[in-house]
Design a binder for this molecule. Structure first.
Ligand code: ZN
Ligand code: ZN
Length: 345
C-alpha cells in the first residue's frame, strides 16, 4: 500500500526550472533500459515515483509490460541510494547504468509513464522475437567491423538526430517518426540479407528491437553497438581509440545534445551557416524543433521564422485568443517537413 501522497507533479515548469537553477548540489545525468517481463507496470511505476520523488530524482521514464527505459537526473549525494534502491527491485537488479557524457541541467521534473511499447515502433509482436537480437559489439569491435568493406552501417534514429551527428558512411533513413523507421530500413537494405549489418542508436534500446525485427525478416548477420553512442563515446575516450562517430549525440532532454567530436555536420535552418545547436521555437503555438545559429536566434528572438516572431510578439492574451482557432496553423509555415518530437519541454 502506497502512503497517501501525490504521485504526479503539479507545479508549473517556470517554477520547476527556477527551483532547479537554485539547487545547491550537483546532479548526475544517467540512463538505463532493460527488456524484461514486468507483471504490473503500474505498481512498479508508483513505487519508483514514490522513492525517486523522495530522492529528488528527475527524468523521463517509460515502463511497459516488456520492460523499462529510463533517463534520469540524480542528485550526486543520492547516487548511491539510487543504485541501492534499484538493486532491491527484482527486475532491475544489476541493470547497467550509463552516465551521460556531459552532466548539466537535463531534466527539471520526474515523469514516469506506463506505455504499451518501450520504443514506439508500432510493429506487431509476431514480427520480432526479443529472445533473438543482434550481436552486441563493443566500441573496438564496432570500429573493426566498420573497416570490413562488406559491412553496412545503419543509423536507427530519426533524421533530426542523425543530422547533427552520425557514423561516417552510415545509411541514414530520412524518417521523422519512429513508426516509419523499421519498414524504411528494411526497404533500404533489400538485397543485402547476407551482408554484415551494423546498427546503432543513442543508448542501445532501439537497436534491441530493430535488430530482432531485421533478423526475423531474413537478415543473417545483424550486429548492434553495445550501449549505443553514449557508451561508444565513453569507451573511445577511455581506451584512446579513434571516433568513427562524428559530431553530436542528440539526447531527449533539455541539453538536446552531447558533443562527441568537434565536427559540425549540420547547418542553421534559417541562414545555412555551419551550426549544430537544436532549439525549439519560442512561439508557444509552434515549438518546432530546429537548428538555429546564434545570430538568427537573436534576430528572430528564438523563433523559427518571421511568422512565428510576429505571432510571438503579439500580447499574450491575443495569442491565446488566436490559438483557439484550430484552422490557424502557426507552425510549419517555414519548415513544413519538420516534426515536433516529444520532448516534454
Ligand atoms: Zn542562422
Ligand atoms: Zn515556429
Amino acid at each position: 500500500m502506497i502512503k497517501k501522497k501525490h504521485l504526479f507533479n503539479k507545479i508549473n515548469k517556470q517554477e520547476l526550472r527556477l527551483a532547479l537553477s537554485e539547487e545547491s548540489f550537483e546532479r548526475i545525468t544517467a540512463s538505463f533500459y532493460h527488456y524484461i517481463s514486468i507483471d504490473s507496470p503500474t505498481d512498479l511505476r508508483n513505487d519508483l515515483y514514490d522513492k525517486w520523488d523522495d530522492m529528488k530524482v528527475f527524468g523521463r521514464v517509460y515502463i511497459a509490460s516488456e520492460g523499462i527505459n529510463a533517463q534520469v537526473s540524480v542528485p550526486e549525494h543520492n547516487w548511491k541510494r539510487f543504485h541501492d534502491h534499484l538493486d532491491t527491485i527484482d527486475v532491475l537488479r544489476k541493470v547497467p547504468i550509463k552516465r551521460a557524457l556531459q552532466d548539466g541541467s537535463s531534466f527539471y521534473k520526474l515523469k514516469i509513464k506506463v506505455r504499451n511499447e518501450l520504443v514506439a515502433y508500432g510493429v506487431p509482436e509476431e514480427l520480432y522475437d526479443m529472445e533473438k537480437v543482434g550481436k552486441h559489439l563493443s566500441a573496438k569491435e564496432y570500429n573493426r567491423a566498420i573497416d570490413d568493406p562488406d559491412s553496412i552501417i545503419v543509423d536507427m534514429r530519426n533524421y533530426y538526430e542523425s543530422e547533427i551527428g552520425h557514423f561516417e558512411n552510415a545509411v541514414i533513413p530520412e524518417v521523422e517518426i519512429s513508426k516509419e523507421l523499421l519498414p524504411e530500413v528494411k526497404r533500404l537494405l533489400k538485397g543485402k540479407e547476407n551482408d554484415k549489418i551494423l546498427l546503432y542508436c543513442t543508448g542501445g534500446i532501439r537497436c534491441e528491437k530493430a535488430s530482432s525485427y531485421l533478423m526475423h525478416n531474413g537478415f543473417n548477420d545483424v550486429n548492434q553497438l553495445q550501449g549505443g553512442i553514449i557508451q561508444y563515446a565513453h569507451d573511445i575516450k577511455e581506451q584512446g581509440i579513434d571516433s568513427k562517430f562524428k559530431g553530436k549525440n542528440f539526447v531527449f532532454d533539455d541539453r538536446l545534445g552531447e558533443r562527441v567530436t568537434d565536427d559540425i555536420l549540420a547547418s542553421c535552418h534559417v541562414c545555412g551557416s555551419s551550426c549544430d545547436d537544436h532549439t525549439d521555437c519560442n512561439n508557444d503555438a509552434c515549438h518546432i524543433l530546429f537548428i538555429q545559429c546564434k545570430e538568427c536566434s537573436e534576430s528572430l528572438k528564438g523563433c523559427c521564422s518571421k511568422e512565428c516572431l510576429d505571432f510571438f510578439s503579439l500580447p499574450i492574451e491575443e495569442q491565446k485568443e488566436l490559438r483557439k482557432d484550430p484552422n490557424r496553423v502557426i507552425s510549419r509555415t517555414f519548415f513544413d517537413s519538420r516534426v515536433k518530437p516529444r520532448l516534454n519541454r
